[in-house]
Design a protein around this ligand. Structure first.
Ligand code: GLC
Length: 556
């Protein structure tokens, strides 16, 4: 099959955060049987594929992103047989399954790390990780590198050596220049490909390669780790977005390409936009998450500029553009996109969602407007579970229930990612709103009852039904359709055509004049009788009747 017709180029991929989707056994934590029982919801939303976050054996120091055994399912989540059942059911429903590979680090409980701890400094067992002697007689870490979660990126072991962990201390970084590391991960890929998975998301794909030549370089006091990384380093940062990471990605791709039908590969790479295109060159990964779109300010100029750049860069390498607004690491966009300029999501979370407080009507409205923008864009769209319900961030979680290591590693300077990970409401009843028989691992707010999937299914005006209709209309858009801007539109709106759809989004607090479309297909809010105005914070899809001189190709 030529790559140009691959299914992932215009897919809707639905992220399942495994511990929060559905709890099959009543222990309060989501699991694989719970997901299998609810896969029909994902198919009904109109997704083409599911991305499952890690479900492997893990002591859960970072909610499963600390993997102790890559070839087994953690008992908290089920068994390998449960995984096989999930995969079979997904395939029956026409859903592909993408799983999460975590190659940058392992858990401290991984066999290799246990061997490394038991072995001497300088031993072969330690060479798979990054062990070094400290400075000043060993008492100080080898460098000033900071962990993404806060604090130093080095942890000392009893014999005095230090090991590198870019994330939590329970997540020691592997040394990818070691041939056994490469060989092992290629075998892990084959293990899951042989089981029938349809693709992989590569966690921290921009972090695996490191410059470990002695002496290791200090980075100085201005280290920024929380968002786009490696900016300004042009591939020569000691560990982020290095040029040599691409050799490793090509190795993954070679393994994946030995399977038919072709399997999908997507990079989690928080690299700058122009560098991110490098991850999707021919022979590397098929896609990379578009975090620039996720981070773009909610104003028409910023959105249009980001959309243009996002379309141009992957196309330069033949890859399809991707779009994402929410995932398990960021504040849910229904809330985030309402924060005033100057209020960071982290600051807002620390205020427990009070500065400013966001009214439910405004959240609902913004979630719906954003949904129609997102789903109109050409390329692959990644949805995060619960966004189809318009779920807000749960910013008011009390300190006592927080579990994300970001919270304590940052000394409380950041609240962490729990607020987007609250278990889903499936119906309006019981102690967990249908999530499972037990108390959920994070408490759900009372507002979740009215937002449950069941409550929304029967309401034609619900956000769930908006997503359902939008994904179905989207199917009429041919893959690789070009986006064309309507240059005659008011600057407060985004107005573009993609194949048979025209999408107009009022990204302002004013009612604005629009060129009425031929036939409204779908709108995020009720439309006024006067067809030539669009209310504030509203998106509408029309049958696309524009074209020719009014339209301008959205390429750079
Ligand atoms: C990725 C994951 C995040 C995890 C980190 C370390 O960014 O999305 O949840 O904490 O990698 O594995």
């Amino acid at each position: 099959m030529p790559e140009s017709s691959a299914w992932w180029r215009n897919a809707v991929v639905y992220e399942v955060y495994v511990r929060s989707f559905a709890d099959g056994d009543g222990d309060g934590v989501g699991d694989l049987p719970g997901i299998t029982a609810r896969l029909d919801h994902i198919a009904d939303v109109g997704a083409d594929a599911v991305w499952l976050t890690p479900f492997y054996r893990s002591p859960m120091a970072d909610a499963g992103y600390d993997v102790a055994d890559h070839r087994d399912v953690d008992p908290l989540f089920g068994t390998l047989a449960d995984f096989d059942s999930l995969l079979a059911r997904a395939h029956d429903l026409g859903l592909r399954v993408i799983i999460d590979l975590v190659p940058n680090h392992t858990s401290v409980r991984h066999r290799w790390f246990q061997e490394a701890l038991a072995a001497r400094p300088g031993s072969a067992a330690r060479a798979r990780y990054v062990f070094r002697d400290g400075r000043d007689g060993g008492a100080l870490p080898p460098t000033d590198w900071r962990s993404v979660f806060g604090g130093p990126a080095w942890q000392r072991v009893p014999d005095g050596q230090w090991y590198l962990h870019l994330f939590a201390p329970e997540q020691p970084d592997l040394d990818w220049s070691h041939p056994e590391v490469t060989a092992e991960f290629h075998e892990i890929l084959r293990f899951w490909l042989d089981r029938g998975v349809d693709g992989f998301r590569f966690d921290v794909a921009h972090g695996m390669a490191k410059d470990l030549a002695e002496p290791l370089r200090d980075l100085g006091p201005d280290q920024v780790h929380h968002s786009i990384v490696g900016e300004g380093w042009e591939g020569r940062h000691p560990f982020w977005d290095r040029d040599d990471v691409h050799t490793l990605l090509r190795g993954f791709r070679e393994v994946v390409d030995t399977y038919t039908p072709p399997r999908a590969t997507v990079a989690e790479s928080w690299a700058a936009l122009d560098r991110r295109a490098l991850y999707t060159r021919p022979g590397e990964l098929h896609q990379a998450f578009n975090f620039d779109f996720l981070k773009a300010a909610w104003n028409p100029a910023a959105l249009r500029a980001t959309i243009d750049r996002s379309l141009a860069l992957p196309r330069a390498t033949g890859a399809a553009p991707t779009w994402v607004l929410s995932n398990h690491d960021v504040v849910r966009h229904a809330s985030r996109l309402l924060l005033p300029p100057g209020t960071t999501p982290d600051a807002w979370l620390l205020s427990a969602g009070t500065a400013p407080s966001l009214g439910p009507d405004a959240v609902r409205r913004r979630a719906r407007t954003a949904a129609l923008l997102l789903l109109a864009l050409p390329g692959a769209v990644y949805l995060y579970q619960g966004e189809e319900l318009g779920l807000p961030e749960v910013a008011e979680l009390p300190d006592g229930v927080l579990q994300d290591p970001v919270r304590h590693r940052s000394g409380g300077a950041r609240k962490g990612r729990d607020g987007c990970r609250v278990p889903l409401p499936w119906n309006g009843e019981g102690p967990s709103y249908g999530f499972g028989a037990g108390a959920p691992w994070l408490p759900q707010p009372a507002a979740f009852a009215a937002l449950s999937a069941e409550a929304q299914r029967g309401d034609p005006d619900s956000t769930l039904n908006l997503y359902r209709r939008a994904t179905r209309l989207r199917r009429a858009v041919p893959a690789d359709s070009e986006l064309e801007w309507n240059e005659q539109s008011d600057p407060r709106v985004l107005d573009f055509g993609v194949g048979p759809l025209r999408c107009v989004v009022n990204v302002s607090a004013d009612e604005v004049p629009v060129q009425p479309g031929r036939r409204p297909l779908l709108s995020s809010a009720p439309l006024p009788a006067a067809a030539h105005v669009l209310p504030p914070d509203t998106a509408v899809w029309y049958a696309n009747a524009l074209g020719g001189s009014a339209m301008h190709a959205g390429r750079m």
